[in-house]
Write a protein that binds this ligand. Structure first.
Ligand code: DOR
Length: 451
């Protein structure tokens, strides 16, 4: 249990927190941060971690993952994927409802929390899924039971498209709390699919995915979401933006006070359509990875605040499933295990600074969702922490992958830093390449969302 976890003293780290990088020691007792100070070396602790030369960050909060349990556990499960998460510096995750059965009721949501309580080494929350026929259940959702309501305004893995205008309006008007949306206009995609199927049969070249799942489809749907939110005063969070054109829908600046926030995923910041030739179906995902110009625009929007949060949309499928021709190849890719190393590589490239990384991957997810007492390194708050070693490069390989699918689209990439240690609610979840087997995550608690 977290509150009986052994005490920890982290000595000599470079703490990256709340916009600053400072030399600091951190003492953890009872799962929480007991003290942050310039020199706490005289304090006693069960475990002392010498962290000279390493960065200490709040644990990352990934607001979009697909850990596939229940029902799709041949691809992934809560134990395997939460292990991959802590190896990637992620201490809390928010899991999507497109499992089997889909998470369309409060009862199913509680069942998933019970599964996670038994199996997850990271902290967890689940979205309630929206469907064309569960508006009443959405209205009755207890505040704090879910991290939000997830609406597939474009179809993807699972059969969860919400396309009835009156239902969409009802969700945007009545959902208690945050509404998170996947935006791709389905009729546009279906029309494109018909054209490409007529040309190529089932074997459409993978690099046509962003032409079929087009920028027009993304923009049309994101525009509708933003319009509906304006009309109904919805607390809207638009997931995985992928095009330059959509970015003008969002306001720059800090997240506080925004009613409409936006997320970008690491694969849209990392890959471009030039990578389909090399990686093919492995990087097929929805929304599709688009051009290098889109990637440049997404990176810029991250810095000016039009994009508030970075996540993974970790969506594992088996290697065999991914080897299928276009129409049989499921969309989604596993990313959570390399999230922090990949983001640090973007820092090394000058795409963002380390304090900005912490803002977008730790502080802002906590602010956007109103996560209680996590996402920041603060005395009295839960000790969700990551030590990153910038002197130890890491080369991603399939045989290092802890996700059940056993592959990574980043195989062969050398990152300039390694996740040395991950602490979840004061427990060692990951250290020196090994999982802390006794570690258990906690259910995330939510205050009324601040943003
Ligand atoms: O590429 C994707 N895969 N996008 C989604 O929206 C769903 C996800 C999955 O569950 O496989």
């Amino acid at each position: 249990m977290a509150d009986t976890a052994p005490s920890l003293l982290i000595v000599g780290a470079r703490l990256v927190n709340e916009g600053q990088v400072t030399e600091a020691d951190v003492l953890v007792t009872g799962g929480r941060i007991a003290a942050i100070g310039g020199d706490l070396s005289s304090r006693r602790a069960d475990l002392v971690i010498e962290a000279q030369g390493k960065y200490l960050l709040p644990g990352l909060i990934d607001d979009q993952v697909h850990f596939r349990e229940p029902g799709l556990t041949h691809k992934a499960d809560l134990a395997s994927e939460s292990r991959a998460a802590v190896a990637g510096g992620v201490t809390s995750f928010m899991d999507m409802p497109n499992v089997n059965p889909a998470t369309l009721t409060a009862e199913l949501l509680e069942e998933r929390c019970a599964l996670a309580a038994a199996a997850s080494v990271a902290n967890y929350a689940f979205y309630l899924g929206a469907a064309n026929d569960n508006l009443d259940r959405i209205r009755r959702l207890r505040p704090g039971a879910a991290c939000g309501v997830k609406v597939f305004m474009g179809s993807s893995t699972g059969n969860m498209l919400v396309d009835q205008p009156d239902v969409l309006a009802g969700i945007f008007r009545d959902a208690p709390g945050l509404v998170a949306v996947h935006c791709e206009d389905d009729p546009t995609i279906r029309a494109n699919e018909r054209i490409w199927r007529a040309r190529h049969g089932d074997d459409v070249p993978m690099d046509q995915h962003p032409v079929i799942r087009s920028r027009e489809a993304c923009l049309k749907s994101s525009q509708l979401a933003v319009e509906l939110a304006g009309e109904h005063g919805t607390r809207l969070h638009v997931l995985h933006l992928s095009t330059a054109q959509e970015l003008d829908l969002f306001s720059p600046g800090p997240v506080d006070g925004k009613r409409i926030t936006a997320e970008v995923c690491v694969h849209h910041l990392w890959f471009s359509d030039a990578d389909y030739g090399r990686l093919g179906g492995l990087i097929k995902c929805n929304p599709a990875i688009k051009s290098a110009d889109d990637r440049t625009a997404l990176r810029a929007a991250l810095r000016d605040g039009r994009l508030d949060v970075i996540a993974t949309d970790h969506a594992p499928h088996t290697r065999q499933e991914k080897a299928s021709p276009y129409f049989g190849c499921p969309s989604g890719l596993p990313l959570v295990q390399f999230l922090l190393p990949a983001l640090y590589a973007l820092c090394a490239e000058g795409v963002l600074t380390l304090p900005e990384l912490v803002e977008k991957a730790c502080h802002n997810p906590a602010r956007v969702f109103g996560v209680a007492e996590r996402g920041f390194v603060r005395e009295g708050w839960w000790a969700d922490l990551v030590l990153l070693d910038p002197q130890r490069p890491l080369t991603a390989r399939d045989d290092l992958v802890l996700s059940k699918c056993g592959w990574t689209p980043l195989a062969g990439v050398t990152f300039p830093a390694t996740v040395d240690t991950t602490i979840v609610s004061g427990q060692v979840a990951w250290r020196d390449g090994r999982i802390g087997p006794a570690c258990r995550g906690q259910r995330l608690a939510f205050t009324p969302a601040r943003a």
